[in-house]
Ligand binder design. Structure first.
Ligand SMILES: O=C(O)C(=O)[C@H](O)CO
Ligand SMILES: [Mg+2]
Length: 260
């Protein structure tokens, strides 16, 4: 049975961030993910997580200047020192939260020399993987669709798989966001089978509107069954924008709530 993690960057936004943990637990979730916890001290975030009895499934390493349009640093030549300092920051938070997965965003590399960006990325992700391995943390790489994030370093699943082969570290896996994968690649049942063992986290949202997974062109109950048959026992992150009030849109979650 699938196990779902509420994404607190997109869900329960009716509440202040630190209050979303209890809201998610009250709605029946047993795990959460979000983009960035860094506006709050790690101990404060951990206190809310633990008070709500939740697991921390995933969060992102610091992405550079998000407000200025930066979307990660890992593939940006000349930003290696900042990226590597950010890995240490994320590690501190991951230890406080007991989080075994960190997403390393690559950055907007349109206009940059591709070979240089790839070499920078491989070196940086190797650094992150080696630093995080002792803490038992997996580094995740996520292809992001070019409609939502034009110019982002990787948009297709095969690009991430190729880079992971070249990075050659056992604790580097794909963050398989099925919303992005449908937009850029499609054929998801075959794709998931082909990627068995290569992804360490899954995320979902409706396509094309990125709402609850009960509308749009994807048959998510079929995809949950595919993941189950492959023995995927990780979390499925609900990275969607609710159509309205978060709990009003959780009808899709009812059949899975006891397994959450
Ligand atoms: O954009 C996504 O789907 C993600 O999961 C990134 O972590 C945030 O942009
Ligand atoms: Mg995602």
């Amino acid at each position: 049975m699938p196990r779902f993690a509420a994404n607190l960057s997109m869900m329960f936004t009716e509440y202040a961030f630190l209050d979303r943990f209890k809201a998610a637990a009250d709605a029946g979730f047993r795990a959460v993910e979000y983009l960035f916890p860094y506006d709050h001290p790690a101990f404060e975030v951990a206190d809310r997580l633990h008070a709500a009895g939740l697991e921390q499934a995933l969060f992102n390493m610091p992405p550079g200047n998000w407000a200025a349009g930066e979307r990660g640093l890992a593939a940006l030549p000349g930003r290696q020192d900042e990226f590597r300092a950010n890995v240490a920051v994320a590690l501190d938070y991951a230890r406080a939260l007991g989080c075994p997965r960190l997403h390393a965003m690559a950055g907007i590399t349109a206009g940059l020399d591709r070979a240089t960006a790839e070499a920078t990325y491989i070196d940086n992700i190797r650094f992150a993987a080696d630093l995080l391995a002792d803490a038992g943390i997996t580094v995740l790489l996520e292809p992001i669709n070019s409609r939502n994030m034009p110019g982002y370093f990787i948009a297709h699943q095969h690009q991430a798989l190729d880079l992971i082969d070249r990075i050659d570290r056992p604790n580097v896996l794909v963050q398989l966001d099925l919303y992005h994968a449908q937009i850029m690649d499609g054929d998801l049942t075959t794709l998931i089978h082909a990627m068995q063992g290569r992804f360490g986290h899954v995320q979902i949202a409706s396509v094309p509107d990125r709402h609850e997974p009960d509308e749009g062109e994807l048959n998510y109950p079929h995809l949950y069954a595919v993941l189950d048959r492959l023995g995927y026992d990780g979390w499925i992150g609900c990275e969607y924008n609710p159509r309205g009030q978060t709990t009003a849109g959780l009808g899709w979650f009812a059949p899975y709530r006891t397994q959450a």
